[in-house]
Design a protein around this ligand. Structure first.
Ligand code: CIR
Length: 250
């Protein structure tokens, strides 16, 4: 799918209170986070995308992770129901933008889902059943899309896409956080333990954004013919966020 638009929201001061599995959010350097976010936006702009930049929203410490409150398909979109209590309502401001582009459906209680658990590929949609995305959420998504859906157990990381990326050309970048059995029909690039954070990369119109310093992953992505761009992500990593989390592409 060729992307034309990207929606982003920079972190606010409250980003220092973002949810973090290791409580590392305490160490977030906000200035650095804002700088890294600006660089991220610069790359998106250089790739020719039209950027829709929402203002930071102090009500939502995790509001910069705009991937989670929405899932965007070709013609429609789904507002997810975020289970983390501090994240409820994050999608409202985003809704006001996306409604001008897509027909929107809303997920409701008891279904829950984070967009980070949804990985689109041309053949099927993989959905992680995780601490954030429950069975009802998956069933609701299945009922509204007419593509084959494959459920994936996510037990060793936050979201499905924390552990795997669909790169394109039937290739997945896979870490040991997600079981290989789901990707029998794909060619796999295995992510080594030392570069596990790079299991979350972002292909935008065949240029792949990767976290800085992941040389093995960079080399293998370049070997299959993609251009790569490296980005420093240290401050978002402290809040369990990766490259895909910071944007909604459509
Ligand atoms: C959270 O725990 O919800 C945030 N601190 C991180 C969300 C990252 N989003 C993503 O992987 N799609």
């Amino acid at each position: 799918m060729k992307y034309l638009y990207v929606l982003v929201r920079p972190p606010g001061k409250s980003f220092l209170k973002a949810i973090s599995s290791k409580d590392q959010s305490k160490n977030i350097d906000l200035e650095k986070a804002l700088f890294q976010h600006r660089k991220y936006c610069e790359v998106l702009e250089n790739l020719g995308l039209t950027i829709i930049k929402l203002p930071a929203d102090e009500k939502f410490p995790d509001g910069c992770f705009v991937e989670d409150p929405f899932v965007i398909f070709k013609d429609s979109a789904l507002v997810t129901n975020l289970s983390a209590s501090s994240r409820k309502g994050e999608g409202e401001r985003i809704y006001k933008v996306i409604k001008h582009f897509k027909k929107i459906k809303k997920m409701s209680h008891p279904s829950t889902m984070d967009g980070g658990d949804v990985m689109l590929t041309p053949r099927k949609i993989f959905i992680g059943q995780s601490k954030r995305t429950n069975l009802q959420g998956i069933q609701q998504l299945e009922s509204i899309c007419n593509t084959e859906v494959e459920r994936v157990r996510v037990e060793r990381c936050l979201h499905l896409k924390t552990g795997v990326t669909y790169l394109g050309k039937d290739i997945v970048l896979l870490s040991n956080l997600i079981d290989e059995k789901y990707f029998k029909d794909f060619n796999i690039i295995h992510v080594p333990e030392e570069e596990i954070y790079a299991a979350n990369c972002l292909n935008i119109n065949d240029v792949v954004l990767i976290p800085k310093g992941c040389f093995y992953v960079r080399k293998h992505i370049q070997n299959i013919g993609f251009e790569t761009v490296e980005l420093e992500m240290s401050e978002f990593k402290k809040a369990d966020g990766g490259l895909t989390c910071l944007s909604l592409l459509f």
